[in-house]
Design a protein around this ligand. Structure first.
Ligand SMILES: *Cc1c(COP(=O)(O)O)cnc(C)c1O
Length: 317
């Protein structure tokens, strides 16, 4: 299992790359809706998502053991791919990002910007994972998985440390769930230090593999997933993240697509900030819960990478 000590070490490893993101408050929302909702704004993080934390911890740790690392590779093309490309670029090592042949141009551009080599391979995640392993073997590159790796999870856990420092009297922390790396890192740190803080994971209704797995007591694979929250579409939890979520997380909430849209509008209206759909699910869950006026709820806004040209149509479908 993941040790809290690994998260402290991660916190030292990542600081050339990841900043301490702000906590956003809205007195008007507290007054209008009667909940004290605070946003941990990872949409302001380097490359505009928390993924830089896990990616940089993983690469920096490896460099300590293998100073002549040949390069890094990942099969993940979204925010994780961007983070890996950015860190490799800053360190002056090659990065290969394996993408589906159908990848949107915006995603290709986002990683190419950091000088990464984009390799197109098939259309399924199995094909891309297999290719990523091949590249790792052929070229001696380090493979950086998006969530199912303790160094990645420890990196994401540094958000937990920041929340406890920035909001010492926090009562409830809400975290989005994709593969579960973000939630397992944050909950490992917070539950070990402050067991009375409630940890709540949030999934879209039609991409609920973690809640299905927790309910059945074992990792369960969905046939398909569907949501505008494209960072949360894993078919099943990770083998490392699942036991951590089962051990530390108090509750998993599900949100509807329409609630995600309403949450983005609330973030704009009250907090003057724009989360991507994956980052808005926690606000959506916070807005529909009954927490009591005195409870401090921190919602992790995990990222802000959204094709802004599509925003008006998305908000008014
Ligand atoms: C990757 C990602 C998530 C999900 O994180 P996991 O560690 O896979 O659970 C949530 N939000 C955003 C914006 C992401 O990029």
């Amino acid at each position: 299992m993941l040790k809290v000590q690994s998260i402290w070490e991660a916190d030292n490893n990542i600081r050339d790359f990841a900043g301490v993101t702000p906590i956003l408050r809205s007195q008007a929302l507290h007054s209008d809706l009667g909940i004290e909702l605070l946003l941990k704004a990872e949409n302001f993080q380097t490359t505009n998502s928390f993924k830089i934390r896990g990616a940089s911890n993983c690469i920096i740790k490896q460099l300590k053991n293998t100073p002549n690392l040949q390069g890094v590779v990942t099969a993940s093309s979204g925010n994780h791919g961007q983070a890996v490309a950015y860190v490799a670029n800053r360190l002056g090592i090659p990065a290969s990002i394996i993408m589906p042949e159908t990848a949107p141009r915006a995603k290709v551009k986002a990683v190419s910007r950091w000088g990464a080599n984009v390799e197109f391979c098939g259309t399924t995640s199995q094909q891309r994972l297999a290719r990523s392993k091949e590249v790792a073997l052929e070229k001696g590159y380090l493979e950086i998985p998006p969530y199912d790796h303790y160094d990645v999870i420890a990196g994401q856990g540094t958000i937990g440390k920041e929340i406890l420092e920035q909001v010492p009297d926090v009562d409830i922390v809400m975290v989005p769930i994709g593969g579960g790396g973000l939630l397992s890192g944050i909950s490992t740190l917070i539950k070990n230090l402050r067991p009375n803080v409630q940890l709540i994971g949030v999934e879209p209704e039609n991409s609920n593999s973690m809640s299905v797995s927790v309910e059945s007591g074992r990792i369960t694979q969905l046939e398909k997933t569907h949501s505008a929250a494209d960072g949360l579409l894993s078919l099943k939890p990770g083998s490392l993240t699942f036991p951590l979520v089962k051990k530390y997380v108090d509750q998993i909430m599900l949100v509807k697509e329409s609630e995600i849209i309403d949450a983005i509008i609330t973030c704009i209206k009250y907090f003057k900030t724009i989360p991507e759909p994956s980052g808005a699910v926690t606000t959506a869950a916070a807005l529909k819960g009954d927490w009591g006026k005195d409870k401090k709820v921190v919602a992790v806004v995990s990222g802000g990478n959204f094709d802004m040209d599509k925003l008006p149509g998305f908000l008014r479908p």
